[in-house]
Design a protein around this ligand. Structure first.
Ligand code: GDP
Length: 311
């Protein structure tokens, strides 16, 4: 069990997931947090990470640092998605082992599963088929991370665990239209169309892919839950158990933002995996469930972001 005085390193604390974990930890009274921006500590650099762990000696590590992005970014920056993620996670996991970290949580993503998998996707479907090509480099890195946690557990007895969330959204998301995921992209596109009085908004792909979206505060809650209760090899899916099509999502975001024009689909852009809903039976059986509905989550995220943004 983590104690309030324990030194907890949240890697990637400025990102959407890391910042949500920090909010949750502080809310629960964990204030001995170890935080470094990527400028202060480049986690791809083995020598710097070695020095950092040796001098700081964290008790617990949340591995929320990663090179992330939406479908186009994953496809365009294939080299960086593989290199950056492999380096970051290898350094974190290896130096956590060398410095006696009591427990480490590694975070992956539902894109680790085969492109065509039975739905909902159970943890044991990992490595049973070919990956979705658009995000294969990212998925390969994340699969290596899971296997690394398991290898350090079996060879050295390290208590390193992994969690695989569905698609996420929330505060501190990336709103750059070229590199973002679908929710921030559509919030921005619909908001700008409303403010500028544009008649249409263009949504990528066919609108048919099905996705499962979770507010990052729910993920942070699950991360703390797993840190306290899960001590096994392998990993745990974290999701809402609800899916909707990208066309339905666009309709919902259109309502949330108050846009009244038409929605168009750009079929020159990729759809990616047709469907990826996680089987969350394992974490539900452990006693955890989500709390934030998609509609409520989108409303709060849009409310905060639209006030902070200027077009
Ligand atoms: P994915 O789950 O890894 O495919 O990640 P994304 O969030 O980038 O994309 C999810 C789905 O939304 C894909 O089918 C995209 O083609 C679709 N989509 C529709 N409009 C957009 C957009 O403006 N940006 C992004 N990133 N995806 C979009």
């Amino acid at each position: 069990m983590m104690q309030p005085q324990d030194k907890i390193y949240v890697a990637g604390h400025n990102g959407m997931v890391g910042s949500a974990i920090v909010r949750k930890l502080r809310q629960l009274g964990f204030n001995n947090l170890l935080l470094r921006t990527s400028k202060e500590l480049d986690l791809r650099n083995q020598a710097l990470v070695k020095e950092f762990f040796a001098s700081e000696k964290p008790d617990y590590v949340f591995g929320a640092a990663a090179k992330v992005g939406g479908i186009l970014a994953n496809d365009q920056y294939r080299a960086e998605f593989l290199y950056d993620n492999l380096m970051i996670q290898s350094n974190l996991i290896h130096h956590s082992h060398l410095n006696g970290v009591k427990k480490l949580l590694f975070l992956g993503s539902s894109c680790i599963y085969p492109k065509i998998a039975p739905q909902p996707i159970k943890e044991e479907y990992l490595l049973t088929g070919l990956l979705e090509p658009t995000n294969e480099p990212y998925a390969i890195a994340k699969i290596a991370g899971i296997k690394m946690c398991d290898a350090y557990r079996s060879q050295y007895g390290c208590n390193f665990i992994s969690a695989m969330p569905c698609n996420l959204y929330g505060p501190n998301d990336n709103y750059d239209l070229n590199t973002s995921h679908v929710i921030p992209a559509l919030l921005r596109k619909f908001h700008e169309a409303k403010v500028n009085g544009s008649p249409t908004v263009t949504v990528w792909g066919s609108g048919k892919p099905l996705r499962e979206f979770m507010h990052v505060d729910d993920l942070a809650d699950a991360c703390l839950f797993l840190m306290e209760r899960f001590d096994e090899p392998g990993f745990v899916n974290v999701g809402t158990g609800e899916e909707l099509s990208i066309a339905k999502l666009a309709g919902l975001i259109s309502r949330v933002t108050g846009f009244t024009g038409a929605i168009e689909f750009d079929s020159s852009k990729p759809d990616g995996t047709p469907r990826k809903i996680l089987d969350t039976g394992r974490i539900i059986q452990m006693g955890w469930r989500t709390q934030i509905s998609l509609e409520r989550g989108l409303k709060t995220v849009y409310g905060t972001w639209s006030v902070a943004t200027t077009i």
